[in-house]
Design a protein around this ligand. Sequence first.
Ligand code: COI
Length: 357
Amino acid sequence: MSVETLTIPTQTVAQSRIAELDFHNIEFGKIFSDHMLVADYREGAWQTPQILPYGNMSLSPANSALHYGQSVFEGMKAYRNAESDILLFRPLDNFKRLNISAERMCIPELPEELFMQGLEQLLRLDAAWVPPTAGCALYLRPFIFATDEFIGVRPSSNYRFVVFTCPVGAYYGQPLRVAIEPNYVRSAEGGAGYAKAAGNYGAALYPARQMQEKGYHQLIWTDAREHKYIEESGTMNVMFVIDGVLVTPAVSTTILSGITRKSVLQLARDKGIPVEERKVAVDEIVAAHKAGKLQEAFGTGTAATIAQIATIHYKGEDLELPALEGRTVSNGIAAELDQIKTGQIPDRHNWNYKISL
Ligand code: COI
């Protein structure tokens, strides 16, 4: 397949569903735009993609992804600027991470042109679905899964790459109550924790549900060896402001390298805020709280954006954090990041990929 001048065969919907969408009341992840991009991998090569009406796909009951979890995904967002162009936030970073995840799961590398041109043509077609509303975005969900009809355990020979999109509002509608997980493990050294692999999320559901039943929204995972160091939260990386310093666990093979995470750290450094990427002990967070030095805690993620943490539970105690209004570091960075993504201020790091309509 020559992807340099990729012409994507497109089958459009007879009738758009966009009239059913209330742009001022969008729930996360439940409404899907009209079209999707689909490309298959067979006979050792990615085939010409297609754009099709969003809809169900038929699968063999022996589909190997369903049985053994050979499936990886990404989450990214597109916004509108004042000129009504579409601004896609850091898509090449998502592309690179998708291939890092794919490699870990023995899934063949996806060509950049297929990803970028596929996204661009899909977004041009469904441009009307990019919300003009503040605080909303078009969420893109690229994913690749195995499609062999075979139940022996081995890497599949066939795969499908799909991108669908959905207009979204906030993922978390309120400040979070999180609990530090002292027993279960999300990821261990040598495992696949750095990959955005479907199974990482499935395996986290049971421990998360235990805590949700006790009134917490999310877990904060700790390291697999000692449960001593903080890793990440269910859908986001985590950051703390301790005595004016922005502290976050360094990325490693057990932590997902978040794109919002690195954007937040860059903006903090630009503002001259001291940043430390290192091991963060649970005891340090508890001690900082006791000493009145834990000023802010928040999660960062594409879906979550910057999600404030109100309460941290650890070993029977709820640590209540300072009020949201005084959180100058995270509030300041959140506002600036939002302005960059929506083109209200200069994009000095060239993060936006502009699609002019
Ligand atoms: C994202 O932030 O895009 C994610 O993939 C997290 C979650 C919704 C699974």
